[in-house]
Design a protein around this ligand. Sequence first.
Ligand code: SF4
Length: 446
Amino acid sequence: MDTADIAQAERAGHPARSVAFVTLGCAKNEVDTAAMERRALAAGYRLEDDPALADAIVVNTCSFIQSATEESIEAVLDAAGLPSVAEGRARLIVAGCMPARYGDELAAELPEAAAFVPCSREDDIAAVLDGALGVERAGAAPEPGAGEARPAGAFGYVKISDGCDRWCSYCAIPLIRGRYRSFSYEQVRADVARLVEAGAGEVDLIAQDTGRWGADFDEPLDLAWLVDALAREFPDTWLRVLYLQPEGVTDELLAVMARHPNVCPYLDIPLQHVSERVLRAMNRRGSRAAFEALVGRVRAALPDVTLRTTLIAGFPGETDEEFDELLSFVEEGLFDYVGVFAYSREEGTAAFDLPGQVDDDERAERAQRLRDAADAASSPLIAARVGREAFVLVEGAEEDGQLYGRAQCQAPEVDGVTYLDAGEPGRIVRARITDTLLYEMEGEVL
Ligand code: SF4
């Protein structure tokens, strides 16, 4: 513990204890962890990277599908098995989606945990840590200020809302995260500003359903307004919108994207399926023809747009013909990137009891066939970028010194990277794409 930590702890009114956060799941959970870290820092706790050395370990869990729940349980049990926890020197706290979804059931299953913090109570993390570690404090812990944050990497995520009202029949998120709630412009702006000040060159706007932002305000606003306002306010920062349901792709949003060079011409539109019957059973709208028209409308407005989607294979009742329809849609190559998930049967969701559940092996096989088709369809689209110029945000260097970054057509963590022959981490460079290998690109800095 250095003197700055001690001084901060003393200002906060107690000796500095350390806390390690372990995060499972998606980018939304990473944002939630960052917010809890800021609250812990403001309350005088010190962040410890190694859980084995921390006084408290917070495992921020994911449980939107069964495999994620299993992974989260494993992480909790790993933490519970650390000598510091097993011998009672450190406290284990389970946060996030798993306590939100399983509530009291979990307390009986995991007696090793000192506390459970569902998503809706994460703002109370300082009080939970105080309680678990026996820290006495006069009054409530201080709210985090601008200084309480880890340094940002080349990019960061900002959540613009939480919850979801769509009730897709396969999805447990509305059960876990509750009703849709947009965050205010002031909050979103402050979160973006914090990342920019900490060095991020790109900020990705995320939510369960980004396209609904602002619709629940007393005086409704919309995503096009938000992106326009942020693009003007942060003209040197790339902005990217992820998780945009098809209904959220408005002409106004496309116009804003076309107007601002710092808004990545990139859309991540989860379609999940293209068969009308399957979509209705999923409690979703659309059809193959409607989605093809949507892609046409987007490409007309943004000729250089990069498109990503996600699809589900093996939904209950999916016939061979319906699967073939989905497969042939993927083979059309309308999307540069396609994420594929095998359907996961989730308790508490409407699809759990649907007839015609497809068996596990068949679901996995269908998912793999879609992935292979997506790779085959995407390869030529990515290879066609050779010879083009692109701006690339330099992110860092591999162990052997090889620099890499991401072009605007590559979203973080999912679309591969661009290897570069020059550049400085955190800077945006202009490069010519010289080669591609499936999803990875190589570029020569101009
Ligand atoms: S839009 Fe559908 S899949 Fe996405 S979080 Fe909401 S209910 Fe789940």
